[in-house]
Design a binder for this molecule. Sequence first.
Ligand SMILES: [Zn+2]
Length: 306
Amino acid sequence: MVGAGRSGTTVLASILGEVPGCASAGEIRWLWERGVLDGRPCGCGEKPATCPVWSKVIEACLSTPGPDGVLPTVQSIVAAQQRLDETRHRLRVLRGAGGGDEDPALRLVRHVTGLVVRSFAEASGAGVVIDTSKRPLDAAVMAQVPGIDHYVLHMLRDPRAVAHSWRRAKSFSVGEETRTMGTRKLPATVRRWVANALGTEAVHRHVSPDHWKRLRYEDFCAQPVESMDELLSMMGVPGRPPFEDAGTVRLRPNHIVAGNPSRFTVGSVRIRVDEEWKTAMSRRDRMLVTTSTWPLLHRYGYPWRA
Ligand SMILES: [Zn+2]
């Protein structure tokens, strides 16, 4: 999945993970840094190093020699990921979605990503792995992992809603610990939203049309059952999520690593569109986001006015 943060990707992943044959891995990109090094909990509440699924994935990755014949370490993987994320390399990695780049860092990240996907599939007994890394860069890496039939879901949300959501501090508890999600100032959110959309368009060119879908968060919330049907049909998955009615789905504990704290939500979950920005955001801020994201806003079918 690609899209800006706070666009509903984790909720969508939690629902997709309930479909027989599918398993949601979460933000695979952050497994090493946030998961292994920082010890942030998996959806099951355990740290990845002690989670029954992720511990197997980590072991598989660290015990398989990389493309240069050397065993990767957590540090070498994180260093390679950070190198690809440097501004001067980003465009090259995006172009690499079309293949042909033999940069050692890119080869290592591709190799490890492939191992993560395959060993997560094996450990969770699923044929379809859902990754919500969200950045176009990671989709470009995934596009060239050999042996994986890669589908891309571009998840969009009105940038005014995204900007408003990033300004709200959100607390959540894991076990006995209470944590707060980071907040982001408006200009930073707008810059990232635009960069994400442009990068996604760059990757789009290298993905076949029958492996690509764009879904707006607002449309998904209005018609979750139909949206899921379309998405699963594209991937040729026969199962469907456990919807209790047109807007409610039943979620069980998962093994989603990194991502929105909504990954800890279990039980009956009502899908509701969050449009607080329409009433709570100042006119000035709304105008600022609208003018800075136009014409992309228009391209994705969002109106000028709320
Ligand atoms: Zn877990």
